[in-house]
Design a protein around this ligand. Structure first.
Ligand code: PGA
Length: 228
């Protein structure tokens, strides 16, 4: 309870999050800052590899990510799902197909995130498990750029479901019904083992765990995601 922290309502909070978390963390921070206007925030949004580098340098109080590095001593708490789905332009033929075998993906032009991306690691792991080799048509360093490339007709991709809300609502992009998808992942909030969290960081951690379901609920799609 925040009341436990009475008197500690100023200070600085340093957060670093992976790219897919930027779709809900700013809203969470908004509510937090309204409650505690004297707290200064620094929010870094970056990919998995750069986040790990920040961890090694002990640059932040808290981290939000999907694949906690196994070689680091971290306090971890899983708090929400972060599924990865196959995305295409809604007018493409695949958007109407049902229950496609994963092998269909290797016929498609694929748009991939940069090396160092956690999304990419998860995709490569699944493809190597199923011995799929895909033709990477284009490599792009941001989820937003990938969405634009899909809209521009350059290919298909695999992205966190939470990056897609508006394009799905507008009917511009579609989630493809492909076997083995979604790739089920979680968001974790993490901090370094042995680190004494500041009072402000503890307050934000509690706020995150209590409130994030509401904000992520807004990102959940009205269009059902194929599940099996
Ligand atoms: P990424 O991480 O931006 O490094 O792909 C996102 C995620 O792992 O969900």
């Amino acid at each position: 309870k925040v009341a436990d922290f009475k008197g500690a309502k100023e200070g600085k909070l340093r957060l670093a999050v992976v790219t897919t978390a930027k779709y809900f963390v700013p809203q969470l921070l908004g509510a937090f800052c309204q409650q505690y206007p004297a707290i200064d925030i620094s929010l870094q949004v970056t990919n998995h590899q750069k986040l790990k580098r920040r961890m090694l340098e002990n640059e932040d109080d808290l981290y939000i990510l999907s694949q906690p590095p196994e070689d680091l001593d971290l306090h971890l708490q899983a708090f929400l799902d972060n599924p990865l789905v196959v995305v295409a332009r809604s007018d493409c033929e695949l958007a109407r197909k049902k229950n496609m075998p994963i092998e269909y993906l290797d016929r498609e032009k694929f748009i991939m995130r940069e090396p160092g991306s956690g999304t990419r690691q998860a995709i490569e792991k699944l493809f190597s498990k199923h011995k799929i080799s895909i033709e990477v048509r284009l490599e792009l360093g941001s989820n937003e750029a990938i969405k634009q490339a899909i809209l521009g007709g350059l290919g298909i991709s695999i992205l966190s479901q939470h990056t897609l809300r508006y394009e799905l609502e507008r009917g511009e992009l579609a989630i493809l019904d492909v076997q083995k998808f979604p790739i089920q992942r979680h968001w974790y909030v993490a901090y370094l083992g042995g680190k004494q969290l500041s009072v402000v960081a503890q307050m934000f951690l509690q706020h995150l765990l209590a409130k994030s379901p509401e904000y992520v609920e807004c990102l959940n799609l009205k269009i059902p995601v194929p599940q099996r």
